[in-house]
Design a protein around this ligand. Structure first.
Ligand code: A2P
Length: 418
């Protein structure tokens, strides 16, 4: 009698559409281009995904970390996944397939089981770390989801750039009243804009970094702040109406907002004494830097805080969010370096130019294992900043690739770019 052919089982990688905030991190990270998206969902092509896990640690929500055992011939296709509103239930495997999945048949499954420890090893090619600094506080994530959002009340909304400039950037304060919403500096939240998209579906959440520290925009209050730029153009400069940014920038005091999150478990600040921060940002990428700076400022006199060095890029002083309050901070508390690209009468400068100009200081901080580096803002700055850091290190006769690996392994170099 012929034995039945063993059925091939696949541990299929899927993304939970109910938790995903469509931030594109996974698609950018995937080394084999297995992740794609449409206006509805981010999905994983089962024909391409090799389960390398590179996309798992950077995902701020954990929606990426979903797996289903399926018969390979019946794997969920890209088209199936694009139409989902939620993940399908687990389907029982046929008996012979289940046996194969338990070891009878080699399983073309992920190289590592789901989990951060294994994933860290395979994300070495990413520019930043997949782990937080060793002394970071433990974050809460996904307390509120698309299905169970929390309602916040707007308690403040004001412009933080010159009114005569093109950059309409708002500082928006949301209060959670009696409802728990614990956060850390470097985390983000999702905002659910009201209304529906062109297909008649509710809008997806948009992600914003916190601009306030863990103990509230106002210390001791259950509130937080965001830094939101009104989007009126797409990346190519064509007119475009940002659904969520315009909604947020137009909010009035006492309006309510649907919020999900918090998100993020790696872009977190160190908590140990003498920890130094190098913060590099452009525009609204200043939000997490404001949060970390304010956290440190509130610790002055109570804790042994390290050095803070800020590189901040904007078109002009009037387009640099929080310019006034920033310049009032004591110079012995934070070393501020402003890179202005369109200030009349001044040469165009980017943050990477200033990193090179301040090479000696940057090198000194990089030599200290208590230093963590945070980069947030325009995607384009990522390469420029890495090149500048490399140049600074190489100038002193050191090996950048060794230091870069250590910074990633030790959770000391973090990127959040868009
Ligand atoms: P630029 O004047 O060349 O656009 P924005 O106001 O668009 O958010 O940009 C914030 C700042 O970041 C601006 O000064 C902008 O300069 C600058 N910038 C643009 N591209 C890069 C890049 N690749 N690296 C560093 N800074 C950049």
């Amino acid at each position: 009698m012929n034995a039945p052919l063993p059925v091939e089982v696949l541990k299929q990688h899927l993304i939970d559409p109910e938790i995903c905030i469509r931030c594109n991190t996974c698609e950018e990270t995937c080394p084999v281009d297995a992740i794609t998206h449409d206006s509805n969902n981010y999905v994983v092509d089962p024909e391409i995904c090799n389960g390398c896990m590179a996309c798992v640690p950077p995902c701020p929500t954990g929606s990426i970390d979903n797996w289903r055992l399926v018969v390979r011939a019946e794997a969920y296709s890209v088209q199936d996944q694009l139409g989902w509103e939620e993940l399908p239930q687990d389907k029982p495997l046929p008996v012979d397939a289940a046996a194969a999945g338990e070891g009878g048949q080699p399983m073309p499954a992920p190289q590592a089981e789901s989990g951060l420890a294994q994933a860290v090893a395979v994300t070495a090619a990413a520019p930043g770390a997949a782990v937080p600094p060793w002394s970071a506080a433990h974050p809460y994530v996904n307390l509120y989801t698309h299905k169970t959002p929390i309602t916040a009340t707007v308690v403040g909304n004001y412009r933080v750039t010159g009114v005569d400039t093109e950059s309409d950037i708002h500082h928006i304060v949301l209060d959670f009243g009696e409802q728990p919403f614990p956060v850390l500096e470097g985390q983000s939240i999702g905002i659910l804009p009201p209304g529906v998209d062109a297909q008649g579906r509710p809008h997806h959440a948009r992600q914003y970094s916190l601009a306030s520290p863990r103990d509230g925009e106002r210390a001791g209050y259950n509130n937080l702040s965001l830094t939101v730029k009104r989007v009126t153009q797409d990346h190519g400069g064509a007119a475009a109406h940002g659904v969520c940014s315009n909604y947020l920038c137009d909010l009035a005091k006492n309006d309510t907002v649907q919020v999900i999150g918090p998100f993020g478990h790696t872009f977190l600040m160190p908590n140990h004494p003498q920890a130094n921060l190098i913060m590099i940002c452009t525009g609204t990428g200043s939000a997490p830097m404001r949060a970390m700076t304010e956290r440190s400022r509130r610790l002055i006199g109570t804790a042994d805080i390290g050095k803070l060095m800020l590189f901040f890029g904007a078109r002009t002083e009037r387009e640099l969010p929080y310019f006034g309050p920033l310049m009032k901070l004591p110079r012995d508390f934070i070393d501020i370096n402003l890179a202005l690209s369109r200030e009349p009468g001044q040469p165009k400068r980017y943050v990477q130019d200033l990193i090179r100009e301040r090479a000696a200081h940057v090198r000194g901080l990089l030599a200290d294992r208590n230093t963590c580096i945070y980069v947030c803002g325009l995607k384009g700055m990522e390469v420029g900043v890495l090149d500048a850091l490399r140049d600074v290190v190489v100038q002193s006769g050191e090996d950048w690739s060794i230091l870069h690996d250590a910074l990633r392994r030790e959770g000391r170099l973090h990127f959040e770019t868009y």
